[in-house]
Each structure stands twice: as structure tokens, then as C-alpha cells.
Design a binder for this molecule. Structure first.
Ligand SMILES: O=P(O)(O)OC[C@H]1O[C@@H](O)[C@H](O)[C@@H](O)[C@@H]1O
Length: 298
């Protein structure tokens, strides 16, 4: 059941609330820099569109807006693990934070744009025995900034992974290049092989790569949309690049078959062995900052 939104968190003509499906509220944001939509379910950014530009974030037209179901597209908050659970296959893919309603706890206008803070009550989650505080701070401005902070409130150390799994709109996956990961070692999840990236990333089939020890920004060069989209990050040791292509798309009921050319996922992640250990009382923040500029300015 969706938690009640506190009307005092609305700001006239800047932050307001709507339902995009029954009992499925979203937060709408509009300011001089951009518009955005954030679902309370999963604290999931489902749209971010800077003024005078096409949408940066891709969300499938077949996405399912239903409690307990992850939204296909947007920026899923994958926590506290990335992809399959390391030991228990019965656990949900990418953790449970994207499958629950979060609470909106604060909102404000700041110099950079509009900021909101959402919180997930992890104590109420039966799959999770640790005591943690989990907050997501979203800033909508010239760039989209998302910060996921975990605090270990228990007496024992806690190991966490996860990802801010952004789906980014592109003109045509076959025409883009991604730079920033040249000469980086990666795990090819499809074959299980360890590889090294030669040159820029280009796409000609299903791609599911986990790049390790990455602390650099990654940039999409998009000749059709005539722009570069840059994903900066912090507190993230892995970068995941994913596109399902044709066959895998046909197994995803919440992604239309013709949609795979329209997006690429660049994920600020902590995957495989790239995890964080938090001692009691310690916090960790995973941050992604997404921005774009027209090719004419590059
Ligand atoms: O279908 P899901 O659970 O949202 O996952 C989508 C993809 O997410 C990516 O992060 C993984 O690298 C892929 O292996 C996975 O298929």
C-alpha cells in the first residue's frame, strides 16, 4: 500500500503529486532547468528531461506500475545486492529496494534546482535482518543527481553492493559509442569471460558487461540525437553496460520488442567482488550524476 504523501512537501508549480495508476503516486518536478517524475515505488526516477531537450531517461511504454514489480526503465535503485543474490537464488534480482514503496521525507528549492529526499524503512522488510537507514537524495537541475546513502545501524559489519541502474535514451543503439572505459577489465556476464575493453564501446548484439575498478565518467556519443550524455559517479567501483538486444528483449514482458534500440543502461554499481563493508555506525553513498550537452557545444 502506498504511503500517504505529506502535502507540506509540495511546492506550488515546482513539486506536486499525481497518480499514474491506482494507488501508485508519483512526484512531479518542474523548474527552470528541467522536468522530472519520480515514482514513490522504488524511489524510481522515471523521467528526466532538461529544458529544450529530448528526454534523457528512458522508460518502457510497457512498464508495469504495480506494487512489488520493478519498473522497466528509469533509474532502478538496486540494493543491497546487484543482479542475482550471491548465495540465495530465491531472492529477488537486484535486491528489494526497487520493489517497495518509499516515503518522501523532505523537499526544497535549492540553487541547483529542486531536491527531494526519500527513505525506505528497511526494518519492515522480512528478507532483511540488518538494521540500516537508507535514503535517496534526488536533485533535479541542469543535471540529474541521485545519491543513495546506506548507514549501518546494527552492531555487526555489513556488506553491501547494488547499483543506480540508469536507462538512458539514445537515437539508435547501433549508432552510438561510449567512451571512458577504454583499457578497462570487465566481466562479460553473457559468456562469463574476463575481457579488456579495446577502444570505445559499440553495440552489435546483446551486451551485459561489468567493468571493474572504475572511478571515471562515461560518455555516450549520440550522432542521431546530436548530443553527449555523461554519467559521473562516486562510491561505485563497477560500471555496468547493458542492452538486451532482440532475443533477451522478447523474454522481458515489460519491454516492447522494438524498444531495445532506444536505450542503453550505464549503471553506477558495486557488483561481484566490488562491494563495500560498513562497520557499525558507518555510512556509504553511491552517487550518479547524469548530464547532457548538444554536440555543437562539444
Ligand atoms: O530484468 P532485471 O532484473 O531488471 O535486470 C536487467 C539487467 O540488469 C543488468 O544490470 C544486469 O547486468 C543484467 O544481467 C540484467 O539482465
Amino acid at each position: 500500500m502506498a504511503p500517504k504523501l505529506d502535502p507540506s512537501h509540495a511546492i506550488p508549480s515546482e513539486i506536486w503529486f499525481e497518480e499514474i495508476a491506482p494507488d501508485y503516486p508519483v512526484i512531479r518536478i518542474r523548474n527552470q532547468h528541467a522536468t522530472a517524475t519520480i515514482a514513490l515505488h522504488g524511489a524510481h526516477v522515471i523521467d528526466y528531461t532538461p529544458s529544450d531537450q529530448q528526454a534523457i531517461i528512458f522508460t518502457s511504454r510497457d512498464a508495469i506500475y504495480q506494487e512489488g514489480k520493478a519498473i522497466r526503465g528509469g533509474v532502478p535503485v538496486c540494493w543491497p545486492w546487484f543482479n542475482a543474490h550471491p548465495t540465495d537464488p530465491s531472492m529477488p534480482s537486484h535486491g528489494f529496494a526497487r520493489n517497495r514503496f518509499w516515503q518522501l521525507t523532505a523537499s526544497q528549492s535549492i540553487e541547483q534546482g529542486t531536491q527531494i529526499i526519500l527513505e525506505l524503512d528497511t526494518n519492515a522488510i522480512e528478507l532483511w535482518s540488518h538494521s540500516t537507514k537508507l535514503t535517496l537524495t534526488i536533485t533535479v537541475g541542469k543535471s540529474l543527481s541521485i545519491k543513495l546513502t546506506t548507514t549501518n545501524l546494527s552492531e555487526a559489519p555489513l556488506t553491501i553492493g547494488g547499483a543506480l541502474h540508469s536507462y538512458l535514451t539514445v537515437g539508435d543503439i547501433k549508432k552510438i559509442q561510449i567512451t571512458g572505459l577504454e583499457d578497462t577489465n570487465f566481466t562479460d556476464t553473457i559468456t562469463g569471460k574476463q575481457k579488456k575493453q579495446q577502444g570505445a564501446i559499440e553495440f552489435s548484439g546483446e551486451t551485459d558487461n561489468v567493468y571493474h575498478n572504475t572511478d571515471t565518467a562515461t560518455t555516450i556519443h549520440d550522432p542521431l540525437l546530436k548530443r553527449e550524455v555523461t554519467v559521473e559517479k562516486n562510491g561505485s567501483q563497477s560500471t555496468v553496460i547493458w542492452n538486451p538486444w532482440t532475443e533477451k528483449s522478447s523474454t522481458l514482458p515489460d519491454l516492447a520488442d522494438d524498444e531495445f534500440p532506444q536505450f542503453v543502461c550505464i549503471e553506477a554499481a558495486n557488483a561481484h567482488k566490488d562491494l563495500y563493508e560498513l562497520n557499525p555506525g558507518e555510512s556509504h553513498s553511491l552517487i550518479t550524476i547524469i548530464s547532457s550537452r548538444p554536440l555543437s557545444e562539444c
